[in-house]
Ligand binder design. Structure first.
Ligand code: HEC
Ligand code: HEC
Length: 216
């Protein structure tokens, strides 16, 4: 009897778990579909399937869900001010933002081409940092191929437009230094990117950004 009970419990559990897994998958597909509908408003700047063709607008395709959702919420709250998007974000609910993050994370990013003259410096900094100026290796957090770390919400950088990456690194650096003026980006948790970019030179920023646009 005891054995039978055990088997019964096991059987019921298996059915329940399989059911739960398929329900979760179905819910994700639904969220992705809703996200795709809302994303029609974003195409003008971020391109079809999140592959923007305008270097000033970031590609969103294939970016991890956790990072995307954090940025959308930060931008909506004004922690990362993006004037081009504020009116639009004011009309979107948390559920909408969640659906958008799921949708874009499921798309595939296109690659750009790195400038061959900048690859050596870019790669050296990306993989080894700069000991002299205390710049940490980027690959430790953004991964050996620039795919990021989805569980930690560290963004993917590979394939991104170099112009956009340059602007972001400068914005982190400006936020970390008193002697620089311009756009600031201050929503990095624990000042991680502000302290890393603080001592990057313009030439290093350009080399890194070019290298990353083609990294895969
Ligand atoms: C009018 C142009 C425009 C539209 C429309 C627009 N965005 Fe943006 N978006 C931008 C710009 C510009 C930035 C980069 C801002 C900066 O330099 O920090 C950006 C940044 C982002 C980022 C941060 C990307 C990253 O890698 O950190 C996300 C996520 C994003 N947009 C999502 C969306 C979504 C979702 C929509 C539609 C609901 C949308 N945007 C509509 C212009 C636009
Ligand atoms: C200790 C971990 C860590 C290291 C090392 C690191 N990063 Fe980051 N990086 C982050 C985090 C976390 C964010 C997201 C910040 C946020 O939430 O806004 C980020 C964001 C970025 C972004 C913005 C991406 C976007 O889509 O807007 C760029 C570009 C970037 N990092 C480049 C670099 C480069 C280049 C290096 C090496 C010089 C580097 N990072 C080293 C953790 C790290």
């Amino acid at each position: 009897m005891k054995e039978l009970n055990k088997r019964l419990v096991k059987f019921l559990c298996m059915g329940l778990c399989a059911g739960l897994i398929s329900t979760a998958a179905a819910q994700e597909t639904e969220a992705q579909k809703r996200g795709e509908e809302i994303a029609a408003q974003c195409v003008v700047c971020h391109g079809q399937q999140g592959n923007s063709t305008v270097p000033a607008f970031p590609k969103l395709a294939g970016q991890n869900e956790k990072y995307l959702l954090k940025q959308l919420k930060d931008m909506k709250k004004g922690l990362r001010p993006v004037p081009e998007m504020s009116a639009m974000l004011a009309n979107l609910s948390d559920q909408n933002l969640n659906d958008l993050a799921i949708y874009y994370s499921k798309q595939a990013i296109t690659l750009e081409g790195a400038d061959p003259k900048l690859v050596e410096l870019g790669e050296k900094l990306y993989r080894g940092g700069n000991l002299k100026t205390q710049v940490s290796a980027c690959s430790a957090c953004h991964g050996p191929q620039g795919k990021g770390m989805s569980a930690a919400g560290f963004p993917a950088l590979s394939g991104q437009h170099a112009n956009y990456t340059v602007a972001q690194l400068k914005a982190f650096r400006t936020a970390a230094r008193e002697d620089q003026e311009g756009k600031k980006r201050e929503n990095d948790p624990g000042s991680m990117m502000r302290s890393i970019s603080k001592n990057l030179t313009d030439a290093e920023i350009i080399a890194l950004s070019s290298y990353l646009s083609g990294l895969h």
